[in-house]
Design a protein around this ligand. Structure first.
Ligand SMILES: *Cc1c(COP(=O)(O)O)cnc(C)c1O
Length: 433
């Protein structure tokens, strides 16, 4: 399969090159040159296939012959090594739980799949490759866990000292092995700037082979389709028709994967982009004007994104047609007060604990269902509530159950290197490795 840059459709590369490069040299996101579908018969009979078979059949044409079937099947099996249950929360309201993976958030899926693909594609490279990422929390942990022990790949994660949760820091700093954590004495923006400057530094590139594991990478974006198929399979088995999916969105990678699945023929009738007060897309869907504002910090901090990088892919999926886009996608935004109120109300009424991101998704779904009562609704619960326990309302904190494997993590020692928030400091650290 070939991929083109959204900035220049004539600039095409292979799947392998798209994975290694992340972003095209012209700074465009890569997009598949065709959208191969496994067919109507397959879509209507998902219940007859195993989860791994479904995932393999969807992804295989997007990879093409660049990864052999047995290797790709193994990558799929490693990616889907935990369950994706659809949990009934209220009448007509289901939570698709994406937090049963190693770092308790949906980013595990993309990170594991990308690690498998990159490990294979670079298998014959003599020099070790360094995956360099900046994280504000969830991405770093998922990338660390996904790439842990992948031969030939070192991972260097920059995170802002004191600005990630205790649990997130443990996930970044306790693996050891091929995973190194750099604790930057600055903000997430400093970390991002340092990573960018490393990628632009040609002298550095001659000594260290750098690549990114950024959320715009096609190998992180595409496998996120898997769980939409698995959710539809579960709901169809219960006789549910006419489905609406509400996706708590920040960079819009996750919802974009769902929309791609529906373009391929998966029967999802409507999508709801649910955001916190960083509402660039809901405003755009309402007014037709795309005007990103400055990012605002919220309780659902993995969605504090003012200029969602994957939205250009969403537009491409609708062939730049605004009417086509708005007939399939509705956007709503909610503030922290509404988010907390929903977390408390749902726990009280239904005994279901949501994290702040899932709660935004729940709110968007309820708002849509209020006018569309004939739909069955699903919201994506993108993280386990324990990941955001620090900022949960005091009334809920004692009720959040900590999974066993998280408790183990707290007993492990943190290993990190302190670094000033300075581009030159990162460069000399990388050169000294
Ligand atoms: C990253 C993240 C999101 C936002 O996902 P996008 O693909 O960036 O829209 C939502 N919830 C959680 C918990 C996340 O970690």
């Amino acid at each position: 399969m070939q991929y083109y840059s959204l900035n220049d459709h004539s600039r095409k590369v292979s799947f392998a090159d798209a994975v290694v490069q992340g972003l095209a040299p012209d700074r465009g996101l890569y997009f598949p040159a065709s959208l191969p579908t496994p067919g109507k018969e397959f879509m209507e009979n998902l219940g007859q296939y195993s989860d791994h078979e479904i995932a393999y059949r969807i992804i295989a044409p997007f990879v093409g012959d660049e990864i052999p079937e047995n290797v790709l099947r193994k990558i799929v099996a490693d990616t889907l090594s935990f369950p994706f249950p659809v949990h009934a929360v209220e009448k007509n309201v289901y939570a698709l739980e994406l937090f049963h993976g190693p770092t308790l958030a949906f980013k595990d899926v993309g990170a594991r799949f990308m690690a498998g693909c990159l490990g294979y594609v670079l298998r014959n490279d003599k020099r070790p490759v360094t995956v360099l990422v900046a994280t504000s929390g969830d991405t770093g942990g998922a990338v660390a866990a996904g790439f842990y022990n992948v031969p030939g790949i070192n991972v260097v994660i920059l995170y802002p000292s004191g600005k990630v949760s205790t649990l997130q820091e443990k996930q970044l700093t306790t693996l050891g092995g091929n995973i190194r954590a750099l604790e930057v004495q600055g903000t997430f923006d400093d970390c991002q700037r340092m990573v960018k400057s490393a990628f632009l530094d040609t002298e550095l590139q001659q000594h260290v082979l750098l690549t990114s594991a950024n959320s715009i990478n096609v190998a992180r974006w595409l496998p996120q389709m898997f769980y939409y198929f698995l959710a539809v399979k579960q709901l169809k088995a219960q006789g549910k028709e006419k489905l609406a999916f509400s996706v708590p969105s920040g960079n819009f990678g996750n919802i974009c994967a769902g929309i791609l699945a529906s373009v391929l023929g998966l029967p999802i009738d409507h999508f709801i982009a649910s955001t916190n007060v960083n509402d660039t897309v809901p405003r755009y869907l309402h007014s037709g004007e795309y005007k990103p504002a400055a990012a605002i910090a919220t309780l659902s901090n993995a969605m504090d994104v003012a200029a969602p990088s994957n939205f250009v892919r969403v537009l491409e999926l609708f062939q730049q047609s605004f009417p086509a886009l708005t007939s399939k996608l509705t956007g709503y935004s909610f503030d922290d007060a509404a988010t907390v109120a929903a977390m408390e109300a749902v726990y009280k009424a239904d005994g279901y604990m949501m994290d702040p991101h899932g709660a935004v998704g729940y709110l968007g779904l309820k708002k849509y269902l209020a006018d569309h009562a004939d739909f069955t609704g699903v919201f994506l619960e993108t993280a386990h509530p324990v990941k955001f326990a620090d900022t949960a309302p005091p009334s809920l904190q004692p009720c959040i159950v900590t999974p066993e494997r998280v408790r183990e993590l707290f007993s492990k020692a943190k290993q990190s290197t302190l670094l000033p928030a300075d581009d030159a400091a990162l460069k000399s650290w990388l050169l000294a490795q």
